[in-house]
Design a protein around this ligand. Structure first.
Ligand SMILES: [Zn+2]
Length: 552
């Protein structure tokens, strides 16, 4: 190629293109917001010498990895950003980084109650009972004592189980144990004849809906998440759902104005429960609109719903009981037939469908539902999805492959809960937890995600996919489903673009594609794989502009 007029160039790198041919190269040039050259450094320098008048920034990578920006296919920017460490945060951080014990959590409830006016909500998220020294959830009496005049929402890190105090339970008419019977089995927990404060599933999401997160707080939250994305090399997110109309509107506005630079594929889903989510999807389908509407900055994604509980705690919809405690309820917010009917509606509307499904039984509902819908209207072109898709088996995987189902796999949960998964699900099921190896071998184009704020984002996903090591508990998980660095990167980039019908414009380093690029602190193909977790993101470029550079 001759006469390159570029705006920026990267040379002497270990460039992972993530293209179909798996090619590795050395140099990339960018003009405007597009990639205009990939190839050798010598080739680029030769072409650029013919236009010596150019004075453009040339970044010498010195052997570092340059790769496509990470596409995190399940991330909640607003929810992520609402979480803060202090008692005045919209959602108080009770993850282990901020709360080491139940006493820490209750201390923050007390402090928050002192700051807030009586009746104002105290909202919290993050703790994992099995990672606390007390090995349990907080109790309703503890929350009542810490905040007698404020409703308290103290949510588990996975988001599906929450402990509420008495003031909070009153919002859904639960004043005494007998009131629990108004709700589906196990959703409002009663133990030894007493309310425990634990609320699960859609009743929890509905009750959470009484907490108000004002638009201004949501805006600041999205911008905070943007910093998190840039630092972690995430250039696109699939927003897996926030707080309804206010959030859709806000995200479209922020993306349109360029204030929020992370490309966003917005799933139609409302965190505040089944009824609200179904209502929003029905509006969309009634208008006759289809998934993919929008531009490279903001696009409408799939109609999403939520079938089962979480993998932590655990409360997901598995076929067999949990290994460590068979008495724990497995939470299903939807019936098998209901799932099939709903998928048919979405499929016939020519929209992409997806649902949160973690346990193998919940995933079976999805796979069976797609099969039923495809009997009369086979639509592999709609690239239907399954969110998390944590516990599968070979049979489910082959059926997914036959329909071109594109699971978004929550592999970074292993880096926090991998050791616990052995207790919860036993050795056999662990061979098919986040089964990326088997999915790729069956021809499935799976993408990977963090589900931030629940699990770590960015290169932590690469580490989890390659090493399958629990970094929180120092534990090597089963390696049956491990994949290579190049395979994992392809899942985190190209397959992510495929999941939003955008593989022709992004997701790999090829001429003509959008210049969403990241530079790592070393050559990921040269270092021992177990050191991937030490890698940093040095540069994040979106749309041809460097939006983040790590301080040396
Ligand atoms: Zn999620």
């Amino acid at each position: 190629m001759n006469n390159i007029y570029a705006d920026a160039a990267f040379i002497n790198g270990a460039v992972i293109t993530a293209a179909d041919d798996g090619s590795l190269t050395e140099a990339v040039a960018v003009k405007g917001n597009k990639i205009i050259y990939t190839g050798t450094t010598a080739g680029l320098e030769k072409a650029m010498r013919t236009s010596a008048e150019q004075r453009i920034p040339v970044i010498d990578l010195n052997g570092r990895t340059l790769m496509p920006g990470i596409i995190d296919t399940h991330y909640h920017p607003i929810l992520f950003g609402l979480i803060g460490d202090g008692p005045d945060a919209s959602i108080i951080n009770t993850f282990r980084t901020n709360c080491k014990s139940l006493a820490d959590i209750l201390g923050l409830v007390k402090e928050a109650a002192l700051i807030k006016k009586p009746g104002e909500w105290v909202s919290m998220m993050g703790y994992e009972p099995t990672l606390l020294p007390e090995q349990r959830h907080p109790s309703i009496t503890e929350l009542d004592a810490a905040a007698p005049d404020n409703p308290v929402h103290c949510m588990h890190g996975g988001g599906h189980i929450c402990v509420y105090n008495s003031r909070a339970l009153a919002y859904i008419g639960v004043m005494k144990p007998a009131d629990a019977a108004k709700y589906p089995d196990d959703e409002v927990e009663v133990k030894d004849g007493k309310l425990t404060g634990i609320v699960r599933g859609h009743t929890h999401f509905k009750l959470w809906g009484h907490v108000d997160y004002p638009e201004e707080a949501q805006k600041n939250a999205a911008l905070k998440a943007q910093r998190h994305c840039l630092e972690n090399g995430v250039t696109s997110v699939h927003d897996a759902g926030e707080f309804g109309g206010t959030s859709y509107h806000l995200m479209q506005k922020l993306c349109g104005s360029g204030e929020f630079k992370i490309r966003t594929y917005m799933m139609l889903h409302d965190i505040f429960g089944k009824a609200r989510s179904m209502e929003e999807n029905a509006c969309w389908i009634k208008l006759g609109l289809m998934s993919g509407l929008g531009d490279t900055r903001f696009r409408i994604g799939p109609c999403k719903f939520m079938i089962d509980g979480g993998s932590g705690a655990p409360s997901c919809g598995t076929r067999e009981p949990f290994s460590h405690d068979p008495s724990l309820p497995r939470e299903f917010g939807w019936h098998r037939e209901e799932v099939a009917e709903y998928i048919k509606i979405i499929n016939d509307a020519e929209c992409q469908a997806t649902a949160h499904a973690i346990g193998d039984e919940a995933i079976e509902y999805m796979v069976g539902g797609y099969e039923k819908a495809f009997l009369t209207n086979p639509r592999p072109d709609l690239r239907h999805r399954i969110e998390h898709c944590t516990i599968t088996d070979q049979n489910l995987i082959e059926r997914m492959a036959a329909m071109n189902i594109c699971p978004s796999v929550n592999v970074s949960s292993l880096s926090k809960l991998g050791k616990k998964f052995v207790d919860f699900y036993g050795d056999e099921r662990n061979k098919y937890i986040c089964a990326i190896r088997s999915m790729l071998d069956s021809g499935i184009r799976c993408s990977l995600h963090s589900d931030a704020p629940s699990y770590p984002a960015g290169l932590a996903i690469l580490d989890a996919a390659v090493n399958r090591y629990d970094r929180t508990n120092g534990f090597q998980c089963d390696r049956t489903q491990a994949v290579s660095v190049l395979e994992a990167i392809r899942c985190m980039t190209y397959n992510g673009a495929y999941a939003s019908f955008e593989e022709n414009i992004k997701g790999s380093i090829e001429q003509g594609k959008l210049a969403d690029l990241i530079v790592l602190s070393d050559n990921v193909l040269n270092i021992p794989p177990e050191d991937i977790h030490k890698l940093k993101v040095d540069i994040t470029m979106i749309d041809g502009k460097i939006e983040y550079e790590r301080e040396p």
